[in-house]
Design a protein around this ligand. Structure first.
Ligand code: ADP
Length: 320
């Protein structure tokens, strides 16, 4: 892997921030054309391939009533260690308990001899990452629309004691109506005791909050998602992440120094700049609450579209 965005990284040693691993795995065998749960009651026909992440391959499937879903497939071969199993169980436990219009719906989970299958709501319009590649950057009304949905989902997760810990454009999917669906709970954490702090260094380089990397003694909590929302908002309106450079270590150095700028060749409004700067506070306690973000003039004073038309795939919609 050469791009710093892709790897989800996990490391225990605070002294060595995570670096992307080489992806040496070979492609696992395809799951059966007809995927059935052990009772045989549920049958899904595999009709297409949607994508793959660090741990799973995701297929489009249809049930016997022709209803379409996404099916996330994890090979049992990859679940040989206790750690891998614990991680998948945690993802399933957290994701299946969440129900919100802007979170990918978790429908069912079963296994056969070779794989574990999770059926999910299908997001037919791909990820925000794909969308950004097509559009290069978004207009501020569009950024408002998408970020309000993201913040709503995040508020719901936080009130249910869940920290997502890997919010990024590649984990924000779009349904057929161009609404955001937050997905991939592979790094999510459940806060079981109030005030509990998490210590594992994890996330995706461009989006990792400084305290995850550099305050490992204290740990981190919900504010890491707020940080990622700031990075996402910047990325939507500027077109690239704020701390991006070729070298991952240099990204971490920039995050540590809070070193980013608003490029003159991609101008954004003073309100957008001010909000992003407030959210990207190095000290997690100084970051605004999700309510404060939504009440910011960036959201309350600008054009707020009621929906995003499909034409937005190719060009900025005219919301006048
Ligand atoms: P991992 O947990 O292994 O990182 P992801 O959940 O990120 O896997 O999924 C990998 C890819 O599969 C995504 O980048 C996306 O292209 C596709 N995908 C995942 N979930 C869905 C979904 N609900 N609808 C459509 N495509 C999906």
């Amino acid at each position: 892997l050469t791009t710093p965005q892709k790897p989800q990284v996990k490391a225990k040693e605070p002294a060595s921030p995570p670096l992307p691993r080489q992806n040496t795995k070979t492609a696992p065998p395809s799951p059966p054309r007809i995927i059935s749960d052990p009772s045989g009651h549920l049958q899904y026909h595999r009709v297409g391939f949607l994508g793959e992440g660090g741990f799973a391959r995701v297929y489009e499937v249809k049930d016997n009533h022709h209803k379409r879903y996404a099916c996330k497939v994890v090979t049992k071969e990859s679940l040989k260690t206790k750690k891998a199993k614990t991680k998948l169980y945690a993802e399933i436990k957290i994701h299946c308990a969440l129900e919100h219009p802007n979170i990918v719906k978790f429908l069912d989970c079963f296994e056969d001899d070779d794989n574990v299958y999770m059926t999910l709501e299908l997001c037919t319009n791909g990820s925000m990452m794909d969308m950004l590649r097509r559009r290069r950057r978004f207009s501020e009304p569009e950024a408002r629309f998408y970020s309000v949905q993201l913040i709503g989902a995040c508020h719901y997760m936080h009130t249910h004691q869940v920290i997502h810990r890997d919010l990024k454009l590649g984990n924000l999917f779009l349904d057929s109506n161009m609404n955001i669906k937050v997905g991939d709970f592979g790094l999510a954490a459940l806060i079981e005791n109030p005030g509990e702090r998490k210590k594992t260094i994890c996330g995706t380089p461009n989006y990792i909050a400084p305290e995850v990397l550099f305050d490992t003694a204290n740990g981190h909590s919900f504010e890491v998602d707020t940080w990622s929302i700031g990075v996402i908002l910047y990325t939507l309106v500027v077109g690239r992440p704020p701390f991006q450079t070729k070298d991952v270590k240099a990204i971490y150095e920039r995050i540590r120094e809070n070193n980013y700028e608003f490029p003159a060749e991609r101008p954004i409004s003073a309100q957008a700049q001010a909000l992003i700067q407030t959210i990207l506070a190095k000290d997690p306690q100084m970051r605004p609450s999700l309510h404060e973000i939504i009440d910011d003039p960036f959201f309350t004073r600008g054009t707020f579209p009621s929906y995003i038309p499909a034409s937005a795939f190719d060009s900025p919609p005219d919301f006048r």
